[in-house]
Design a protein around this ligand. Structure first.
Ligand SMILES: C[S@@+](CC[C@H](N)C(=O)[O-])C[C@H]1O[C@@H](n2cnc3c(N)ncnc32)[C@H](O)[C@@H]1O
Length: 272
């Protein structure tokens, strides 16, 4: 039986260092797609929430990464003008080299470089969790046309709780990025001026044969710590201790790492 995890969802959301976010993801541009098992599964679910009847003129993919979802959006809406936006130059360069059916734009989701009401559809998968959800909602509400739709996934507190708990038994450094709770994000959503079509949380758990494979994959994804403090130390002794602690979480399928994934579909009222 899996041991009870003491620290469930405790990692508080710290100030995010955007330079670190951009540097980590830029470094991971060429390794991301082969490690993105969960990310692909989640993005496929977000795609299922795309409006079926709509023929959007302009579509925006926020935090487009390697551009694989942006390319799918271009295929899904062949008559639309699709733009991928990302903070990480390395990701944008990679995406541009893979897909020429979309436009690419460097920018920050919290301060979008677009005029108000310039998009009919905004898509985002696993990118906005490193931003203030309140600010993101304001910005997307601004750039969407009345009647426009925002389809997205994000993360909530409790994500990587096993790794957080294991690190807490090793040292006092911050190793895990904290996320806001589902309830807090729901409150911001209710105040945002969007009409909520759906907003739900789903637990996804990946299993690894051993800890070092898990850590290698997280690095390949660019999912290192991005808070605004000193990075946690990773000496060999601490890693060995971490491995010992994590082994106590092992179940038949392997070492678990869970994500609290949020899925949302929001519509800006036609007469806002
Ligand atoms: C986990 S990847 C997801 C990529 C893609 N959406 C997917 O599903 O495969 C997150 C991406 O969001 C970008 N990102 C994070 N914070 C951002 C911000 N504030 N503004 C723009 N992009 C951001 C990162 O650079 C990274 O490329």
């Amino acid at each position: 039986m899996q041991p009870k995890l003491k620290a469930a969802g405790c990692a508080a959301k710290a100030r995010i260092n955007k330079q670190r976010v951009a540097a980590n993801f830029s470094r991971a541009a060429t390794t991301y797609d082969s490690a993105a098992v969960l990310q692909k599964r989640v993005a496929a679910r977000v795609m299922m929430g795309l409006p079926t009847e709509a023929r959007p003129g302009c579509v925006l993919d926020l935090g487009s990464g390697t551009g694989s979802q942006t390319a799918l959006l271009s295929g899904h809406f062949p008559d639309s003008h699709v733009t991928g936006l990302d903070l990480a130059m390395g990701m944008l360069q990679f995406a541009r080299s893979q897909c020429d059916s979309a436009s690419w734009c460097s920018g920050d989701i919290e301060s979008l470089p677009f005029k108000s009401e310039s998009f009919d559809l905004v898509f985002s998968s696993l990118a906005i969790q490193w931003c203030s959800f309140e600010t993101v909602l304001e910005e997307i509400h601004r750039v969407l046309q009345p009647g426009g739709v925002f389809v997205f996934s994000s993360l909530a507190s409790g994500t990587m709780v096993e790794l957080e708990e294991a690190w807490q038994q090793v040292d006092r450094d911050v190793h895990i990025n904290g996320f806001d709770s589902f309830e807090q994000q729901q409150r911001w959503l209710l105040e945002s001026g969007f009409k909520q079509q759906s907003f739900r949380q789903q637990t996804e758990t990946l299993y690894y044969p051993e800890l070092f494979q898990m850590l290698r994959e997280l690095k390949a994804l660019g999912v290192n710590t991005v808070h605004d403090g000193p990075p946690g130390l990773m000496s060999r002794g601490r890693l060995i201790r971490l491995q010992e602690v994590y082994e106590s979480f092992r179940v038949a399928a392997g070492l678990p790492l869970s994500y609290q994934v949020l899925y949302g579909i929001l519509r800006k009222p036609a007469h806002a």
